[in-house]
Design a protein around this ligand. Structure first.
Ligand code: GLA
Length: 323
């Protein structure tokens, strides 16, 4: 039948912006998932998107097959080097590799959109496009500056001498589904009052009657600005400024968007005081999962890991491919 590999992703900056038509700077990483489909017929694993089906990852395979117009029956192997449920897009990587293994033929953007629909169908979570697009379109040595409104992206090369680290907080993302949908709803409610958040001025949030909506909108508007500044700082090699923007992004996600967790805050605080670290922030949806840090490449790995539940030094990698 076919086999394919998809990387996972880490987001350097720009969270909870994709579903508002905003900006983000994620990168594909050198951890990923391989799907090898040997038969696609009855008699194989009967897959279903039913929420009761276990193991739950089979729902992503089933939903991807359904999006491709196929009956959800398959026999094959799935192997991964990604930690599951850690916010490194193990589910997007599974969907993207499945679609390619089953012969999907189209652009990276088309592949990402199909897999986004599959993820929404498989989980009921109204996720944005960032994870699937990064898995599909990753570029070796670079992060992707993505404009989700215009649906365009370009590579931003990471300067020499820097490293990207991921540190697991030890907390898996249990509340993510309902809270994620609630945050997306708040952004949509704010946009009805002050217009698309991508175009809104920070000052416009003052006119919002509900302080909670104002805080959510303030995060999105300020985060879009930070993404552009961060990309510019990477391009001129001002890593101190880039790191500072990551810490600001974390504070905004913690205080205005309220998607952090005390365990994430502790990792960010510790890394902020660690020699050789430019900056750190929660990455992805939040509510648990991982912190991403930008460091000097000479930094001592043991100092970054601390006693946390998992630590990976990752490299910006190419996107998914058929094998
Ligand atoms: C999850 C979603 C993405 C994005 C992030 C937050 O990873 O799948 O679409 O919204 O959260 O930036």
């Amino acid at each position: 039948m076919g086999a394919a590999y998809s990387p996972g992703r880490v987001n350097l900056i720009g969270d909870h912006t994709d579903y508002t038509g905003g900006l983000a700077l994620p990168m594909a990483i050198d951890l990923g998932t391989t799907v090898d489909i040997v038969a696609q017929a009855h008699g194989g694993l009967a897959l279903s998107t039913d929420a009761a089906v276990e193991p739950d990852w089979t729902r992503y395979v089933a939903a991807t097959m359904e999006e491709l117009g196929l009956q959800p029956h398959a026999t094959g192997d799935v192997t991964t080097t990604l930690p599951l449920g850690a916010g490194l897009s193990s589910s997007a990587a599974l969907a993207v590799a499945t679609a390619l293994a089953l012969g999907f033929d189209g652009t990276a953007l088309e592949l990402a959109k199909l897999c986004q629909r599959a993820e929404q169908r498989g989980t009921g979570v109204p996720c944005g496009l960032m994870d699937q697009l990064t898995c599909a379109a990753g570029v070796e040595g670079a992060a992707l500056l993505v404009d989700f409104g215009a649906e365009v992206y370009r590579p931003v090369t990471l300067p020499d001498g820097v490293a990207v680290h991921i540190v697991h907080s030890g907390v898996s993302r249990s509340l993510a589904a309902s809270e994620y949908a609630e945050r997306r709803g708040a952004c949509e409610a704010a946009a009805l009052l002050i217009g698309p958040l991508r175009d809104a001025a920070a000052a416009a949030t003052a006119s919002l009657p509900d302080p909670l909506l104002a805080a959510r909108a303030r995060h999105v508007i300020s985060e879009n600005r930070r993404v552009l500044e961060f990309a510019a700082m990477l391009e001129i090699g001002d890593l101190d400024a880039a790191g500072h923007l990551m810490l600001e992004s974390h504070a905004s996600l913690r205080d205005d968007f309220e998607v952090s967790h005390p365990a994430l805050d502790r990792v960010v605080d510790r890394l902020g005081r660690t020699t050789g670290v430019y900056g750190a922030r929660l990455t992805g949806a939040g509510f648990g999962g991982c912190v991403v840090a930008l460091t000097d490449s000479d930094v001592d790995d043991a100092a970054i890991s601390g006693s946390n539940a998992g630590h990976w030094r990752v490299r910006p990698s190419a996107g998914a491919r058929r094998l």
